[in-house]
Ligand binder design. Structure first.
Ligand SMILES: [Zn+2]
Length: 404
């Protein structure tokens, strides 16, 4: 995929950066250097995903060229702040690029609280292409098939059902959040206070924080309430669910059938590297009558139509794997140090939560918006089949309550 890469040598001073968090593939550091001002460069997340989810939740980002010496020195500086179990793995100093984004964990200066969650799929698929051996997918959502229907002898790994989080009902949203918080440590839910990862729900808030004079249990109950109110008030999750379901209209079984046409697979692989092709696929989706989301495969005789549907399946995969950052901040919002790089196209969502006589500013952002390879479609189908068949063997006695 062609993408503009910025040379911003002013950023390549390792002392301007501090550690935030890391996963297996990505390391997140925060810029704390002098203010900068550059134009925003658009990329996949902005041109394809942002039109779907809205400009206020998809932050702009820049691809910045980095070099070995910078990464090596940065790695040494942040080493003491990294989790002990990850310190034996050095950061990749051979990387040529890094992604620069506005700080989504902190709305401004201290204090702030942020919650990062992976909401997963918000719908139960209904496609005609779901095969008889995977019919369980019509009653139990994907996440619950994977986590609540374990192989015999193993225990469920989660009590979270995404249908609750996507329901729009504050009672169910709170249940979704609290069940996530009860899960074993994972990247499905991470809390940050003032930009640093904290132990969930047990951390005593600083006295400078508006809730700091309350007991920890009461303060955290108010924070859960605020997070729930923010999610219920923000239309983001309903947009996300709608596009997940529509883009996934053929189900993975239907997408695989299209991919098994060698000419379509070849054309889709070529198209994957072209932003013009992604835009065509996006426009084809946006102009499609929703009743045709699950159109008969036999009616798709044009290669171009198949390519559009295969790229749309990849967009669905992006929407199903993204993370949400919910950031709460009491008080006014001073400008951020990278404001010049990320100007007015980013519109924060402000939610005033008057309960408990506190006013919060809240922002809900979507992150981890990478394009997923079209070559993964056979793998996704294989995984889907294994999950569905494994769950079916156990004959679960529950079903998921749809999100709407
Ligand atoms: Zn479920």
């Amino acid at each position: 995929m062609s993408m503009t890469v910025l040379n911003l040598p002013q950023l390549l001073n390792p002392t301007f950066w501090s550690y935030v968090s890391e996963g297996t593939a990505n390391l997140c550091v925060r810029y704390q250097g002098p203010e900068l001002a550059y134009d925003i460069q658009r990329r996949y997340a902005e041109e394809i995903i942002r039109p779907l989810l809205g400009p206020s939740v998809v932050p702009p980002s820049l691809l910045v060229r980095v070099h070995h010496d910078f990464l090596q020195e940065l790695g040494a500086i942040i080493l003491p702040q990294r989790p002990v179990h990850r310190r034996n793995q050095d950061i990749l100093t051979s990387q040529a690029h890094a992604t620069l984004m506005p700080d989504l964990i902190m709305l401004s200066a201290d204090p702030s609280l942020s919650l990062e969650i992976k909401p997963k799929w918000g719908f139960i698929p209904r496609s005609r292409n779901i095969t008889e051996d995977r019919i369980i997918k019509r009653s139990i959502c994907r996440h619950c098939l994977k986590t609540r229907c374990p192989p015999e002898g193993k225990s469920p790994t989660s009590s979270y059902c995404p249908m609750d989080l996507y329901s729009g009902d504050p009672v169910r949203i709170l249940r979704g959040l609290t069940s996530l918080s009860a899960d074993p440590p994972s990247n499905r839910l991470v809390f940050f206070r003032d930009g640093r990862v904290i132990a969930l729900c047990h951390s005593v808030l600083p006295s400078t924080f508006p809730l700091g004079k309350l007991t920890a249990s009461l303060a955290w109950s108010i924070i859960w309430d605020a997070m729930t109110t923010a999610l219920a008030a923000c239309p983001f999750l309903s947009h996300l669910k709608r596009h997940q379901e529509r883009l996934y209209g053929l189900s993975i079984e239907g997408a695989l059938a299209l991919y098994e046409d060698p000419a379509a697979a070849k054309a889709a692989k070529n198209a994957w590297g072209s932003m013009d092709a992604w835009k065509e696929a996006l426009n084809a989706y946006l102009s499609r009558d929703p009743s045709k989301d699950d159109e008969l495969l036999s009616k798709m005789d044009h290669i171009q139509t198949k390519v559009h549907r295969l790229l749309q399946q990849c967009m669905a995969a992006t929407l199903q794997d993204l993370s949400i950052m919910i950031t709460l901040h009491p008080g006014p919002l001073p400008s951020a140090s990278l404001q010049g790089l990320f100007p007015s196209t980013y519109i924060p969502i402000l939610t005033h939560l008057d309960t408990h006589e506190l006013e919060w500013h809240c922002r809900v952002s979507a992150i981890d918006l990478d394009p997923k390879p079209v070559t993964r479609i056979p793998h996704w189908d294989d995984l889907d089949r294994k999950i569905a068949l494994s769950a079916t063997v156990n004959s679960p006695t529950f079903s998921c309550t749809p999100s709407s």
